[in-house]
Design a protein around this ligand. Structure first.
Ligand code: NAD
Length: 471
């Protein structure tokens, strides 16, 4: 099947074949799961070059080294970690309830595969966000269908080819296509649907899944706040915030969306941020290290957010290298842009920016920051730059976000063993490591009663007179 030939019928048949294969073969053994993970690793390794070049071409220019690290190498590492732990994750888990054990009950939790899992991935990390949940779903013994974003068609096709070379359709398949295929995909009666994307599309996906009571994991985005603490080293904080915002040119769900800076230190922060940006990007026009905006529509969306804010009184500072003009729109290179004097009702301050633009918000007290963070839907990430302090701990205790990193960015999503997921509008459910394995498993309770005595006999008549006396 080629990318252009995915039809609604083809989609339905591919799904049915996975359901049939799952029912016929039963839960796969540890060895089968490891073999699948090995083949997934082989597909990524063998096609790494083609995948990374496809991603870069879909973007216009996405730096190859960064794409290779995030999209391929980190996934190979996740496969290695998963294989190392898989036997332990698959093993029955035995709680230690003293009463039941004393009564002779044997009881355990058996992680069992759910069946057929759908994974819907976004365009910004199209391979990583397709493969990472797939690793967990395959490890948990499921069959998987991946739906790629139509904004990155070359990547979708490259991944489809890589997977088709190493897997039968009924084990793992990659679906490409436009909105009609996407909508039909979300409407399939999967045993679990794993969606990464925007809250707006998540609502439609959740509605479609509700038809079949298909459980969903939603990995969404939001406006991630970052805070330069009152006692922070402002220059060091500015360097880290700018580096974070420049990653993938801000087209990253974990990117700091805006930064709160102590009012008295705003000018110092702006100067340090400009200098950090000039250091990171000595040139913009032809710089191969600078990621372009993925397409014209997103370029126009981001520039419109900036221009609307400017028209409403915001002060906009584009950081351009010396002797360079702003690159033409056709290049889709937006200079790193600092925006001050913003107001909460500006669209720039309401919508996820997803670009290399950083609103800088002066504050007088940490309580004011906490209030402003809580006025927005819960974000995926919150950042604090500065030493450990009572204020940092109050910020963590009084706000909600998917995760928190202090003095860096995205670290809470990178450390093995931590769950990754949003809260409220930034998502529902978790994955990474064992949290992913459990997401794609049914944790099935099994209990065995002793022959001589039923420990739950007190629930049925005749009731023992001693029970009434206990009232
Ligand atoms: P999107 O919601 O527009 O699209 C996500 C996927 O859904 C794509 O594959 C798209 O083709 C598909 N889709 C679109 N309409 C659909 C429909 N009606 N039914 C079923 N599927 C449909 O998101 P995007 O623009 O690709 O990605 C950017 C968003 O994703 C941002 O909000 C970002 O914060 C978020 N994101 C979150 C994470 C995370 O891990 N939490 C990671 C990356 C991106």
């Amino acid at each position: 099947m080629t990318a252009s030939s995915w039809t609604l019928d083809g989609l339905g048949e591919a799904f049915e074949s996975q359901v049939r294969a799952h029912c016929e073969s039963g839960p796969p053994s540890y060895e089968v799961r490891v073999h699948r993970l090995d083949r997934l690793g082989a597909a990524l390794s063998k096609h790494a070059d083609a995948l990374v070049r496809a991603i870069s071409a879909d973007y216009g220019n996405r730096p190859l080294a960064g794409a290779l690290a995030a999209e391929v190498l980190l996934q190979l590492e996740e496969i290695r970690t998963t294989k190392k732990n898989l036997r332990a994750w698959m093993a029955p888990r035995r709680p230690q309830p003293r009463y039941f054990r004393a009564a002779g009950v044997d009881a355990w939790v058996e992680p069992t595969p759910l069946g057929v899992v759908g994974v819907i991935s976004p365009w910004n990390f199209p391979v990583a966000l397709a493969i990472q949940p797939t690793i967990a779903a395959l490890a948990a013994g499921n069959r998987v269908a991946i739906k790629m974003s139509d904004l990155t068609p070359r990547t979708g096709e490259a991944l489809r080819q890589a997977i088709a070379e190493h897997f039968d359709h009924d084990e793992l398949t990659v679906v490409t296509g436009g909105l009609e295929i996407a909508t039909a995909f979300a409407a399939l009666p999967f045993d679990h649907l794993f969606f990464t994307g925007s809250p707006a599309v998540a609502r439609q996906v959740q509605r479609a899944a509700a038809e079949h009571l298909t459980p969903v994991t939603l990995e969404l985005g939001g406006k991630n706040p970052s805070v330069v603490a009152p006692d922070a080293d402002v220059a060091a904080a500015a360097r880290r915030v700018v580096a974070a915002r420049l990653a993938n040119s801000g087209q990253l769900c974990l990117s700091p969306d805006h930064v709160f800076v102590p009012r008295a230190k705003e000018r110092e922060f702006l100067a340090a941020a400009e200098s950090a940006c000039r250091h990171a990007l000595p040139t913009l026009a032809e710089n191969p290290d600078y990621c372009t905006i993925v397409n014209d529509q997103h370029y126009r969306r981001i520039t419109a957010l900036i221009e609307e804010a400017r028209a409403q009184g915001a002060v906009v500072r584009e950081v351009l290298p010396p002797d360079e003009q702003r690159p033409p729109a056709s290049s889709r290179r937006i200079p790193f842009t600092l925006v001050t004097n913003t107001k909460p009702d500006m669209r720039l301050m309401q919508e996820e920016i997803f670009g290399p633009v950083l609103p800088v918000l002066p504050y007088d007290s940490v309580d004011e920051v906490i209030r402003q963070v809580n006025d927005q839907p819960h974000p995926l990430a919150a950042y604090w730059f500065g030493p450990d302090s009572a204020e940092f701990r109050r910020f963590v205790a009084r706000t909600r976000s998917g995760g928190v990193t202090r003095n860096d960015f995205a670290l809470h999503a990178s450390v093995a063993g931590l769950p990754f997921g949003g809260v409220g509008q930034s998502g529902t459910g978790y994955y990474h490591g064992q949290f992913g394995f459990d997401t794609f498993s049914h944790l099935r309770s099994v209990a065995v009663s002793p022959e001589a005595f039923s420990p739950v006999s007190m629930l049925s008549p005749p009731f023992h007179p001693r029970l009434e006396k206990a009232l």
